[in-house]
Design a protein around this ligand. Structure first.
Ligand SMILES: NC(=O)c1ccc[n+]([C@@H]2O[C@H](COP(=O)([O-])OP(=O)(O)OC[C@H]3O[C@@H](n4cnc5c(N)ncnc54)[C@H](O)[C@@H]3O)[C@@H](O)[C@H]2O)c1
Length: 269
């Protein structure tokens, strides 16, 4: 028995990093996974790899900033699978820049993906999630990827930090509205600390370039990041995926509007 048997799950930004780890784990736990990404080559590779290992996965191209694409995706899901059980709003972009160096266009670009993308996902999932056969077990579940940087302030992070704080509020507003309306859709947020993915490799290089943590050396910047975490290391994508799995599954059936830090203790200090 898998923890997600018979579930249909859509993961955005699943072409690499945390999203790919979530897609692989969901498939191992019995879900049919829609691996979506704006990068077709990355997403197809992950879907093919899951299928080659005996899982159920298909790639579906989706840029989360494109409302018409969300509508197409949800109509396709309803036609193909009769609805959607799980949506993981994982796609996100980072920006390492001081306030003076962040242009309005760059600020808006981050908001478009990290905030509008999550809003559109929540909004357009409603018909596909409420259309689920009522005899199906459990509730539908939306899991949004926020960040510890949506709680804590650090330098050179104005756009990303603000966007991830907004994801926490999108989560709470949607969760409460759905509960009040009697929709069977739970909404929760996961807040990772720094996790070993292509996004973070790029970020660490940029923090080093800017000397944000008092050094221009990449290895020393990476060490400075790890030192800020009580568990003294960077997370693996799989460690984030396991908490997303819990929030997505019926095991968390009484949990909505919650925030799960997966941060090696970082938010407690
Ligand atoms: N890595 C970390 O340390 C960390 C920490 C906290 C939160 N997060 C969050 O976790 C999520 C995943 O991060 P990651 O580190 O795996 O990132 P990543 O950059 O390694 O991968 C992101 C994926 O999203 C896709 N993507 C980007 N914009 C998109 C769009 N508009 N539409 C569809 N797909 C798009 C990319 O093609 C890529 O495959 C993000 O929301 C990120 O903010 C990451």
């Amino acid at each position: 028995m898998g923890r997600l048997d018979r579930k249909i799950a859509l993961v955005t930004g699943a072409g690499q990093g945390i999203g790919a780890a979530i897609a692989r784990l969901f498939a191992l736990e019995g879900a049919t996974v829609i691996v979506s990404d704006r990068d077709e080559a990355l997403g197809t590779r992950v879907a093919d790899e899951i299928a080659a290992n005996g899982g159920r996965a298909v790639f579906y191209a989706l840029d989360v900033t494109d409302e018409a694409a969300w509508q197409r995706t949800m109509s396709w899901l309803q036609g193909e699978y009769g609805g959607l059980d799980i949506l993981v709003n994982n796609a996100g972009v980072a920006l390492v820049k001081s306030i003076e160096d962040t242009t309005l266009e760059q600020f808006r670009d981050v908001m478009r993906v990290n905030v509008e993308g999550v809003f559109l996902g929540i909004r357009h999932a409603i018909p596909a999630m409420t259309a689920r056969d009522p005899s199906r077990s459990g509730t539908a579940s939306i899991v949004n990827l926020s960040s510890v940087l949506g709680v804590q302030g650090i330098p050179d992070n104005i756009a990303y930090g603000t966007s991830k704080a907004a994801v926490r509020q999108l989560t709470k507003c949607a969760a409460i509205e759905f509960a009040e309306r009697g929709y069977r859709i739970r909404v929760n947020a996961v807040l990772p600390a720094v996790t070993e993915t292509p996004m973070v490799s790029r970020e660490i290089e940029e923090w080093a370039e800017q000397g944000t943590f008092g050094t221009r050396d990449v290895a020393a910047t990476r060490a400075a990041f790890s030192a800020r975490v009580p568990l003294k290391r960077i997370a693996t994508p799989e460690e984030i995926a396991y908490t997303v799995l819990f929030a997505a599954s019926d095991e968390s059936s009484f949990t909505t509007a919650a925030e799960y830090p997966v941060d090696g203790g970082r938010l407690a200090v």
